[in-house]
Structures are given as structure tokens and as C-alpha cells.
Design a protein around this ligand. Structure first.
Ligand SMILES: C[S@@+](CC[C@H](N)C(=O)[O-])C[C@H]1O[C@@H](n2cnc3c(N)ncnc32)[C@H](O)[C@@H]1O
Length: 286
């Protein structure tokens, strides 16, 4: 739900958005439903990211785009690490996995890319690959493009149908997106990701682990997680299977804060332990 302060900061940064308010019943709708209100509107307007449908509400993260990094940094301060640390480890994990398996990765989709936190790391670890970032928050995408011009293609997504032909990507990545999506939509969204993934392509999703008490505490304190609902790896694995990814593998990640970083080499032995702060779930399209 949007607070007055968040709405005010959004208006100050994007004056053209100043007449857009989420209020009353609209503000109380779960996030996925709010996004769908926008997508069911019949009015459209052209935008740099495609033809965008106009509706009475905007995506929730439009309200957080400007302050997203600083809110995130403040929220994870207890870990002693920066948002960049968390963005990088995810892409490094995928690079290690795909490299070990000798996978060819030439087209990558960053699904729910937000303000582009992962973009520099895809450029670093997959320098030859073409990167496409999609999100339902157009303001986040605008910001991502201004932060990383020319580093990726930034494309708006209506929340339901990805604007791509079948079997387009070798790798699809989503970092901390699914807990912001209505759980009833998870399987259909995973099927849509399956559609645009090549055969033998890889889906790689990182999520917060609700079995870790510190994660739950941190999420509860985070302004942009207010409407989110965490999902366990076990449930996510069942949803992968229902969407045509029967062989998903789960690895738990992030066991030690910065102050205990000397112990981090042990984390490679702990990926089975469901106490990591986050988890990585990945599967290939058969
Ligand atoms: C917590 S942010 C994470 C952003 C980015 N992945 C990162 O690691 O910084 C969640 C993002 O998911 C996006 N999102 C939420 N629902 C979505 C959906 N149905 N499809 C695509 N993106 C979605 C939000 O707009 C937001 O940018």
C-alpha cells in the first residue's frame, strides 16, 4: 500500500505522475490484482517500452522505483552487505552452474528486473549474451534504462503474456519477484516463462526463504515488501513441476553475514540446509 510519503516522493521525481493516486478500495487490493486492473483497461498509449495499457492504477513498484536502492540498502543493513553484493552473488551462482554444465547462453531474460540491479553483473559474467529486462513497473524500467543505457533491452510486460515468441531465451532469471506476485498466478506465470524458454534452456529463480527467521523479520520491516507473500522452496518446486519443470533443484544460500564472512566457504556444503536467508531454484526445460 502506498504511504503519503512514498506517493509524495514519487510525485516529486516524476511530476507527470502527480495526478496518479492509489486510494481506497484500489489501494487495498493485492498487488497482482492491481496490476491486472491496469492490464484490463481498454485504453492504451504508446511508450518507449511498447504499447502500454492505461488503467486506474499503476504497478506497485512505480511508487518505489526512485527510492528502491536506498530502501533496500537500509533494509538489509543488518547483513553488513550492500544491494550490489546480493545482486552479484545470484548472477555469479548462475554463471558457475551454466559454466559447469557447459551451457550455451546467448539470450537472457531478466524477469521482474526492477531498476536493473542485476544488469552490470550479467554484463560482467555473460559478456557475450543479449540481455532483455522485463517488468510490470514502467517507472522502474525507465530508471533501469537511465542507469544502464545500451546494456540491455528494457521491455514492459502486462503481467500475463510476455511479448516474445516461443523458445526465445537460453536463460530466464527472476530475483525476488515471485513473492510479489499473487500465488494463484504462479503456475500460469511459470508456464509463460516455460513457453519463451528454449529446449534445454534454464529457469533460475531466487527467492527469500520464509524458514529463516531473520529473513522474515527483514521482509516484515521492508516498505516495498508490505503486500508480498513469501513462498517456501518446497511449494515453489511443486509449482515448477506443475508448470512443466519436473526436475527442479533447490539450493539454500546466504548463511553468514559480513561479520562472519570467513565462514562463507562452508556455504557450498550447506545448500541442502533449509535455513539459508534465500534459496535458488533452477530447472532446465526438457
Ligand atoms: C523486489 S523487486 C526485485 C527487482 C529486481 N529483480 C532486483 O533483484 O532488484 C520485485 C520486482 O518484481 C516486479 N514484478 C512484480 N510482479 C511482477 C510480474 N507479475 N511480472 C513481472 N515483474 C513483476 C516488480 O515490479 C519489481 O520490480
Amino acid at each position: 500500500m502506498t504511504t503519503t510519503a512514498q506517493a509524495a516522493s514519487c510525485s516529486a521525481y516524476y511530476p507527470e505522475e502527480s495526478d496518479i493516486r492509489i486510494s481506497g478500495e484500489e489501494a487495498r487490493r493485492p498487488y497482482g490484482i492491481r496490476a491486472m486492473v491496469a492490464q484490463t483497461s481498454t485504453q492504451t498509449r504508446p511508450s518507449r517500452f511498447g504499447h502500454m495499457k492505461l488503467g486506474p492504477a499503476r504497478a506497485e513498484f512505480d511508487n518505489f522505483a526512485k527510492d528502491y536502492r536506498s530502501l533496500h540498502a537500509a533494509n538489509i543493513r543488518i547483513s553488513g552487505e550492500s544491494p550490489e553484493h546480493f545482486a552479484e552473488y545470484k548472477v555469479r551462482d548462475i554463471s558457475a552452474l551454466t559454466g559447469n554444465d557447459g551451457e550455451q547462453v546467448s539470450r537472457i531474460l531478466d524477469f521482474g528486473a526492477g531498476i536493473g540491479a542485476s544488469v552490470p553483473y550479467f554484463r560482467r559474467y555473460f559478456p557475450q549474451a543479449r540481455l532483455t529486462c522485463v517488468d510490470i513497473s514502467e517507472i522502474s524500467l525507465k530508471l533501469a534504462e537511465s542507469r544502464f543505457p545500451g546494456e540491455a533491452k528494457f521491455q514492459f510486460f502486462d503481467g500475463r503474456t510476455l511479448p516474445f515468441s516461443d523458445q526465445r531465451f537460453d536463460l530466464i532469471f527472476a530475483a525476488c519477484v515471485f513473492h510479489h506476485v499473487d500465488h494463484a498466478e504462479h503456475v500460469s506465470l511459470l508456464r509463460e516463462l516455460n513457453r519463451v524458454l528454449k529446449h534445454q534452456g534454464r529457469l533460475a529463480i531466487f527467492e527469500h526463504n520464509p524458514l529463516n527467521p531473520l529473513t522474515v523479520y527483514t521482509v516484515n520491516a521492508c516498505p516495498f515488501d508490505k503486500n508480498s507473500k513469501l513462498v517456501t522452496a518446497r511449494v515453489m518446486r511443486a509449482r515448477f513441476a506443475a508448470a512443466g519443470f519436473p526436475d527442479a533443484r533447490v539450493m539454500y544460500r546466504i548463511f553468514f553475514p559480513h561479520i562472519l564472512r570467513a565462514l562463507r566457504p562452508l556455504e557450498a556444503q550447506l545448500t541442502w540446509l533449509p535455513l539459508g536467508a534465500q534459496y535458488f531454484i533452477t530447472a532446465k526445460k526438457l
